[in-house]
Ligand binder design. Structure first.
Ligand SMILES: NC(=O)c1ccc[n+]([C@@H]2O[C@H](COP(=O)([O-])OP(=O)(O)OC[C@H]3O[C@@H](n4cnc5c(N)ncnc54)[C@H](OP(=O)(O)O)[C@@H]3O)[C@@H](O)[C@H]2O)c1
Length: 262
């Protein structure tokens, strides 16, 4: 299926690894023109080069922290009029007892998980409205919908982001600007690889054993973690020409962990 976005300009914030990378790959495969931000230069340059080589798309790296004003200015200077905006970040740290989460923890996390995507939407959606075409996808977390004490720094800010994006989605839908969210469960991303490899080293186990422990404890029906490139494919679908009547939605991708009837 042709998603009809060849030549569309797309910003992907947090696109050098994980589901952000998967999104860059899927959009590049559809012929979009990519502008990809991340803080770490080496991995970002490598990712952009690999994807450009594999797909033939134009993939421009922007070394920037999208949670800062300076970073946002740099990203928007490289691509002032995007047709597509995809936003993600690294998973916030796991939390223990809710009483141990400090005000600083909250404020640091709000910058990257909530305020940054809000600032980007404010900056780029008016232009999308004027041009009569736009797609926005925020990659949040399943914990936004299904709260847990261990995800206190991840779920609540993204629940607010979903609420905000649905409000904005309703305000701009008549201009063919569609705003949706992906709420992932557990996937084999760069951050998961790092944290579960460290856990395995500490416990004298393997990465695979630690993943299986999590799957068994949380009873993931698919009995595995997901593939971030497959999340990227869903992101691209939400960014497609055909996605012109789908807005304000939040798609949970978690191997069946949190399914209800509706
Ligand atoms: N992985 C999972 O199993 C899982 C489960 C539930 C929810 N999620 C959610 O899914 C989203 C993506 O997670 P992931 O596992 O794919 O992350 P990841 O593998 O850590 O990749 C995150 C990407 O974002 C970039 N990034 C992080 N902070 C940034 C910033 N301030 N400015 C610019 N770029 C930034 C990282 O590059 P640099 O570090 O170089 O900046 C990297 O490219 C997150 O919202 C996470 O909470 C993930």
């Amino acid at each position: 299926m042709d998603l009809g976005i060849r030549g569309r300009r797309a910003i992907v914030n947090g696109g050098s690894a994980g589901m952000g990378r998967g999104s860059v790959l899927a959009l590049a495969q559809e012929g979009a023109e990519l502008y990809v931000s991340a803080r770490g230069e080496e991995r970002l340059l490598r990712t952009c080069e690999e994807i450009a080589l594999e797909t033939g798309a134009s993939v421009t790296p922007i070394v920037a922290d999208h949670s800062t004003d300076e970073g946002r200015e740099k990203i928007l200077a490289a691509c002032p009029e995007p047709d597509i905006l995809v936003g993600t970040c690294s998973p916030p740290p796991f939390t223990g007892d809710y009483k141990t989460v400090s005000n600083k923890d909250w404020l640091d996390n709000l910058e990257v998980t909530l305020l940054s995507p809000v600032q980007f939407m404010k900056a780029v959606i008016p232009g999308m409205v004027d041009r009569g075409w736009g797609r926005v996808v925020n990659i949040g977390t399943g914990a936004a919908k299904f709260p847990a004490q261990v995800r206190i720094l991840s779920g609540p800010p993204r629940a607010a982001l979903v609420n905000y994006s649905v409000a904005v989605a309703k305000a701009v839908a008549r201009h063919n600007v569609m705003v949706n969210n992906i709420l992932p469960g557990m996937h084999h991303t760069a951050s998961i690889h790092d944290s579960y490899t460290a856990l395995a080293a500490a416990n004298g186990t393997t990465y695979e054993q630690e993943i299986q422990k999590f799957i068994d404890e949380w009873k993931i029906p698919a009995n595995r973690f997901g593939d971030p490139d497959h999340v990227g494919a869903f992101v691209a679908l939400f960014c497609s020409e055909q996605s012109d009547f789908v807005t304000g939605q939040s798609l949970v991708i978690d191997g069946g962990l949190t399914n209800a009837t509706f």
